[in-house]
Write a protein that binds this ligand. Structure first.
Ligand code: ACO
Length: 448
């Protein structure tokens, strides 16, 4: 080795060492005057390292307070990447735009769960297994029949998915790879069947059984809409639109329902119960229930002329512009851009949704208005999906169900990653207790 190489290697080592020593955060506690050096890894300090910061030995140590996890990483993940400021969403490194254009939902689900795109043989095998797990036990039909005719399909979906755990006892074996694989086939396979049966029940129509010859979205549309046809074939434009929407909804990193499946799953409950909890989280109007609320809001506004008045009410804090805003996307939700394109494909076929003009006017005003610009509020994935679903013939109550079906693959990917992460334990946040100090029980006749 010549001396110049050796010198530069030493310099490099020195630079590396000095860079390493700078990868720390020095904190001075002004209560005690003591300083602490906390390691920084991936731009993050470990909350547990704050515990060293104490006023005395009896002190519990410093905690961080972060209601709603605004600035707390709860896990290390390799599934989905979002850069909210740049409007980037990637599944396992692949840009959402690429997947929406070139992939299918089932292939994307494989990618999310396995980390790599499948080869031809793997995709065939995966598709075969999902397709051959679409039937549900006949007694689940009786269970669905027990719901009131106007039951919300999300309530039916939550309960029925939870009920699957009573059929598949092997699902408790969560640390067996084979068992997890089997439950994954079942969950992804049966979700559209249960969703479609819930819809048919609400109409009082007979259930349509899965057709193994059809694609994943094609079979779903068949189970929803088939009436007297011997074989139902969905319109290819609608089938494709639904598949793209499924891809866009497959995962969204640590959102409310992903955090739920991780939290509930951390108690080592079976995946059906954990997925039911995630669907419940999705049901809320601030999360997956927003698509339903957007259409209700647009109907309530009623006409383009009334949009400015409605925006005034939003700015006065009387109501929210549903389908706007996102915890992470502070530029533009990249999914909303793709969805707008899909919307026009569907409208070209089915006719323009009369609510579209109102939505466009809301978007136009909001994107120019200081209130929304300052707060970085942009249309999210739910702003246009409702209009597409409505044009495709879905009732509003089915909109969040259409979100839950594809999100199942993301949930299972997040759940499995949590289970196999040696650093994860049962989720158990701390609290700041500001309630009463010890009090003594007062007999009822002595209470004021
Ligand atoms: N309309 C009007 N004002 C809004 C909206 C909205 N849609 N969203 C946020 N704001 C305002 C808040 O009032 C707040 O204003 P302030 O600073 O004056 O108090 C500011 O913008 C910041 O909002 P936060 O509530 O702090 O933002 P957060 O990240 O907690 O909430 C959320 C994100 C829940 C998505 C919120 O934007 C919202 O409620 N949007 C409407 C519901 C919706 O579309 N949800 C779907 C999200 S995408 C999904 O889950 C698939």
């Amino acid at each position: 080795m010549d001396s110049s190489t050796s010198t530069s290697a030493t310099d490099a080592r020195k630079t590396e060492a000095s860079a390493k020593s700078q990868e720390t955060l020095t904190v001075t506690d002004n209560r005690t005057g003591k300083s602490y050096e906390l390691p920084i890894t991936h731009g993050t300090i470990r909350a547990a390292d704050l515990r060293k910061i104490k006023v005395n030995d009896a002190d519990f140590g410093m905690m961080s307070y972060d209601p709603a996890f605004n600035n707390t990483a709860s896990c290390i993940s390799r599934v989905t990447y979002i850069d909210g400021d740049a409007g980037i969403l990637r599944y396992r490194g692949y840009p959402i735009e690429d997947l929406a254009e070139k992939s299918t939902y089932l292939e994307t689900a494989y990618l999310l769960l396995n980390g790599e795109l499948p080869n031809a043989e793997q995709l065939k095998d995966w598709t075969y297994h999902i397709t051959h797990h679409t039937f549900i036990h006949e007694s689940i039909k009786k269970f669905l029949d027990g719901f009131h005719y106007d039951a919300h399909p999300m309530g039916m979906l939550i309960s029925t998915i939870a009920a699957l755990s009573t059929y598949y006892h092997d699902s408790k074996d969560i640390f067996s790879k084979e068992s997890r694989q089997k439950q994954t086939y079942r969950l992804i396979g049966k979700m559209p069947t249960i969703a479609a049966f819930s819809y048919r029940h609400s109409l009082g129509m007979p259930f349509v059984y899965p057709d193994n010859e059809l694609s994943y979205p094609g079979n779903f549309l068949n189970m929803l809409f088939r009436t007297t046809e011997t074989r139902y074939r969905a319109n290819p434009t609608l089938e494709h639109a639904l598949d793209v929407l499924f891809i866009l909804h497959a995962d969204d990193e640590q959102n409310c329902s992903a955090n739920t499946i991780r939290g509930v799953g951390s108690s080592h409950v079976d995946p059906y119960s954990a997925t039911a909890a995630a669907i419940a989280a999705l049901y809320g109007p601030l999360h997956g229930g927003a698509n339903e609320e957007v259409v209700r809001m647009l109907m309530e506004i009623g006409s383009v002329q009334k949009v400015p008045d409605f925006i005034k009410r939003v700015k006065a804090g009387e109501t929210k512009l549903m389908g706007f805003g996102h915890r992470v996307y502070k530029n533009y939700d990249p999914r909303a851009r793709i969805i707008k394109k899909v919307a026009y494909e569907v409208f070209d076929l089915m006719g323009k949704n009369p609510l579209l003009e109102i939505a466009l006017e809301c978007e136009r005003i909001a994107l120019e208005d200081d209130y929304f610009v300052k707060r970085k509020l942009y249309p999210n994935v739910d702003f246009y999906t409702g209009l597409i679903y409505q044009s495709m013939g879905f009732p509003t109550t089915m909109f969040p169900v259409l979100f839950a079906i594809p999100r199942t693959s993301g949930w299972i990917a997040q759940w499995e990653e949590m289970l196999l992460d040696p650093e994860q334990k049962i989720a158990r946040p701390r609290q700041i207790y500001l309630g009463e100090d010890t009090r003594h029980y007062v007999p009822i006749d002595q209470r004021r």
